[in-house]
Design a protein around this ligand. Structure first.
Ligand SMILES: *[C@@H]1O[C@H](CO)[C@@H](O)[C@H](O)[C@H]1NC(C)=O
Ligand SMILES: *[C@@H]1O[C@H](CO)[C@@H](O)[C@H](O)[C@H]1NC(C)=O
Length: 402
C-alpha cells in the first residue's frame, strides 16, 4: 500500500483517489498552488493540522495519513524541492562484485550509473541479513559495523554536482528539470537502495537508515521524506532546508536563513523557493512540517550545542517539540509494530561540540539500535538542556486533534 500510495502522490494524482481506500473525503488542495504573495505572514510555526486551503483542519489520524500527509508531500515539491521523477518510468538493474555495487537506471534510451560501496558487518549473510545505513559524505563506520549494522556509501557529487553545473547521473536522465540538488541526492539514496534490494541479499532492505551532515544532512532528510522504505532518517547538523527553522532564525544569534542559503548554494532547491526570499514567513510550512510528513517512521535529529550557524537552538527548542506533537498524535493509537518491524520514534540528539562532529554518529547510535533491534536505550533523546522547549512558537499545541 505504501509504495502504491507514494507513486500516486508523486505522480500528482488528485487527493480523492488517494483517499478512496480510507473512505475519507479530503479537502481540495488549491490548484494551481498559491503564489508566495497570497499567503499571510505567520510569525510562529504554521499549524501542521491546517490544510493549505487555510480553512479545514485535520480531525483524525486516518485523515492525516489519507489527506494531509499527501498534501504536505505535494506542496513541499512545489515550494522547495522540485518534483520527484516518476520512478515507474525507470528501469533499474544492479550488479555486485565484492564491496562494489553498480546500479544502472534507464529512462527510455538514456542510461545513468551510480556506484556504491558496501561495508558489511561480520556475520551478515543472505540468511542473516544486516540492517543498513546509507551514508554520504563520511561517517563513523566502525561504530556501526561493530553493532551489526552495514554502512553503504556513494559519491553524491557523481549523482548531482554541488554546483550550478547540472552534471551527474541525475542530470543525465533529467536534464532541464526544475529540481534542487537536495532532491537529486535523495533520488540517489533511493536508487542505491533499489540496487541493494536487487543484488545484495546480505542487506535487510526493511531496516534502512539514511544519513549525511550539513548540506548532506538536508539531503538525508529529503531521502527519508520521499521514500517510505526508509525506516530511520538521521539528519546531522542540517540547518535551513533541513531541520533548522526558517522562522526563529535569530535564536542562535548567528545562523542560516533562507536569504543566506541563497548566497550559499541556490541550486539546492527549485525556483519557487526563491520567490519567498525576504518573506519566508509566508511559507505555508516550516521545518517541523517536513519532519511531520515522515511520521510514523523513525527520525533522530543530531545537533551540536556549539553550532549556532545551523541554529541548533532553534531546531532543539522550536522544531523538535513541535514535530514531536505530530508524532505523538499519529502514533498514539496504541498500535505496536509487528515483530521485526521498527517502532515509531522521534528523538533529539544534542551533543557537545559543533558542526558535523563525528561523535554525533555514536550519539545517535543507541536510538538506531533501538529502531533496528528493539534494544531499549536509557539515553534520553528528549533532553534539550541547557535549553527548554519554547511553547509560544507552536500555539496550536493547545488544540491537537484527538
Ligand atoms: C533557491 O532558493 C534561493 C533562496 O534560498 C534562491 O536564491 C534561488 O534562486 C533558488 N534556486 C533556484 C534554482 O531558483
Ligand atoms: C495507528 O497509527 C499508525 C501510525 O503510528 C498507523 O500506521 C495505523 O494505520 C493506525 N492504526 C489505526 C487502526 O488507526
Amino acid at each position: 500500500m505504501y509504495s502504491l500510495f507514494l507513486t500516486a502522490a508523486l505522480a500528482g494524482l488528485p487527493a480523492l483517489i488517494l483517499a478512496a481506500p480510507y473512505a475519507v473525503t479530503c479537502p481540495t488542495t488549491p490548484s494551481p498552488f498559491p503564489k508566495a504573495a497570497s499567503f499571510d505572514k505567520v510569525t510562529t510555526l504554521p499549524d501542521p493540522f491546517l490544510y493549505l486551503n487555510g480553512k479545514d483542519r485535520v480531525k483524525t489520524k486516518e485523515e492525516w495519513f489519507a489527506c494531509r500527509q499527501p498534501e504536505i508531500m505535494q506542496f513541499l515539491q512545489e515550494y522547495q524541492y522540485g518534483y520527484y521523477p516518476d520512478h515507474s518510468l525507470e528501469a533499474v538493474t544492479a550488479t555486485k562484485s565484492g564491496k562494489a555495487l553498480s546500479v544502472v537506471i534507464a529512462v527510455g534510451s538514456a542510461k545513468a550509473t551510480i556506484s556504491a560501496t558496501i561495508n558489511l558487518p561480520s556475520g551478515a549473510s543472505a540468511s542473516s541479513p544486516a540492517p543498513v545505513i546509507i551514508s554520504i559524505g563520511g561517517m563513523d563506520h566502525a561504530a556501526y559495523l561493530a553493532k551489526g549494522i552495514a554502512v553503504v556509501t556513494f559519491d553524491y557529487s557523481a549523482v548531482a554536482a554541488d554546483s550550478n553545473s547540472k552534471t551527474g547521473s541525475f542530470w543525465t536522465l533529467y536534464k532541464g528539470k526544475d529540481v534542487g540538488t537536495l532532491l537529486s541526492w535523495a533520488w540517489g539514496f533511493h536508487r542505491v537502495l533499489d540496487g541493494l534490494t536487487l543484488a545484495a541479499p546480505e542487506i535487510d532492505n526493511r531496516r534502512v537508515g539514511v544519513t549525511g551532515c550539513s548540506r548532506l544532512g538536508k539531503a538525508a532528510l529529503a531521502a527519508g521524506l520521499f521514500d517510505q522504505r526508509i525506516t530511520v532518517t538521521m539528519p546531522m547538523s542540517s540547518g535551513v532546508q533541513g531541520l533548522g527553522p526558517y522562522r526563529y532564525h535569530a535564536l542562535s544569534g548567528q545562523d542560516e536563513t533562507l536569504e543566506n542559503s541563497k548566497s550559499g548554494a541556490g541550486w539546492w532547491n527549485d525556483s519557487t523557493l526563491g520567490t519567498f526570499v525576504q518573506q519566508s514567513e509566508r511559507l505555508p510550512y516550516d521545518a517541523h512540517t517536513i519532519a511531520a510528513a515522515i511520521a510514523p517512521r523513525a527520525l533522530i535529529i543530531d545537533q551540536g550545542r556549539s553550532d549556532p550557524y545551523t541554529n541548533s537552538k532553534g531546531t532543539a527548542i522550536v522544531v523538535y517539540p513541535a514535530v514531536k506533537l505530530v508524532y505523538d498524535f499519529v502514533g498514539s493509537n496504541g498500535t505496536t509494530p509487528a515483530a521485526g518491524q521498527p517502532k515509531s520514534m522521534i528523538g533529539m540528539a544534542l551533543r557537545d561540540g559543533g558542526h558535523c562532529d563525528n561523535s554525533g554518529y555514536s550519539n545517535v547510535l543507541p536510538f538506531v539500535q533501538e529502531v533496528f533491534f528493539g534494544t531499549a536505550t536509557t539515553r534520553n533523546y528528549d533532553d534539550l538542556s541547557p535549553w527548554a522547549a519554547m511553547t509560544t512558537a507552536y500555539p496550536w499545541s493547545s488544540d491537537i486533534p484527538k
